[in-house]
Design a protein around this ligand. Sequence first.
Ligand code: ADP
Ligand code: MG
Length: 395
Amino acid sequence: MNTFRRIEQAPDNVTALVRVDFNVPMQDGKITDDTRLRAALPTIKALQSKRCKIVLLAHFDRPKGKVVPEMSLMPVADPLSKLLGSPVAFAGDCVSDAAKGAIDALPAGGVILLENTRFHAGEEKNDPELAKQMAALGQIYVNDAFSAAHRAHASTEGIAHILPAYAGKQMERELDHLDAALGNPKRPVLGIVGGAKVSTKLDLLQNLIGKLDKLAIGGGMANTFLYAQGVEIGGSLAEKDMADTARQIMEAAKGKCELLLPLDVVVAKEVKPHAEARMCGLDEIQPDEKILDVGERTIRYLREAMKHSHTVIWNGPLGVFEMPPFDQGTVLAAQEAAELAKSGKLIAVAGGGDTVAALNHAGVASDFSFISTAGGAFLEWMEGKALPGVEALRT
Ligand code: ADP
Ligand code: MG
């Protein structure tokens, strides 16, 4: 059940400690992509309209429990203030009297960013003492960092057991969409899983076959499945030692979840952009060829499967999308999903580092119902694991 406390249920006029994800890409002290700052604005504004004081907690990079000046969050305060349109104060520690004094001095609706939580060794150890010291700075806790929710750290988990804890707007959006895709989906639900290897997505595949109506497997990992079925895959990337595992997955899926493996493929002798390529059936792959994408028949089949589904959840590109023409399978499938989602016929949800890059490359990311940018947390959620930062917000 997707039940957790939301900001609407939080009291007004209190000091809210808000865990955000400000682990932004930075070069020479300048933020090169402010997506994560923008993502925090709805929560900050919602709390401002409740006349709360807003105290932002975040980590940056990996200082490993020590103060590393280059990993200060200070350069984030100004850009955030510009995006928000109101001042953002900064305190040089996420605990201590200095932080307390600065928070006391804030007006109602005022915002302050505290220094990198990972400057304290207790953060990643989920030290109850550090959680207590942070909790002492406010009256409620709001977690808006889904992307950090797979880690039980003092500022993502420990503190939620001390103060009344709520999901921020970004967290709420993420949880509601993920629940609509896998927790409690409108059926039939189709999964599309691609990417390089079976070994990195074993837990994910095992969880999905128990939850989905159909699962399409593409990318390098499909090669391992094809190999396990006796297909001659030439020089394709495959984990031959995982053949037994692949067979076990196919066996376990029987009667529960229909597996769609590639029907045809695009092969080339070299893995490089614009390499000479050809499309062929599964019985025509030569020993010196590599499978680098799914073929046209597979795409047609996949499109049909999408048309007959109400929900699609996608992780992993179907081919080596970084190198044209091997991006075609992923691009065409993404376009179909986006079109169906745009016309309201399909709930299309996707996530994963390379998947997001591939959907952006296809130019359709904005037409998807939801795209998770959470990386590790998204994958753990797809694996069916409980995320400690989310569990602590459950009612
Ligand atoms: P994500 O980051 O979205 O979870 P992955 O990291 O699992 O996705 O997979 C992405 C990688 O899989 C890409 O670098 C892509 O080139 C690779 N890949 C996809 N298909 C193949 C293939 N047929 N052979 C080799 N690599 C592949
Ligand atoms: Mg990846």
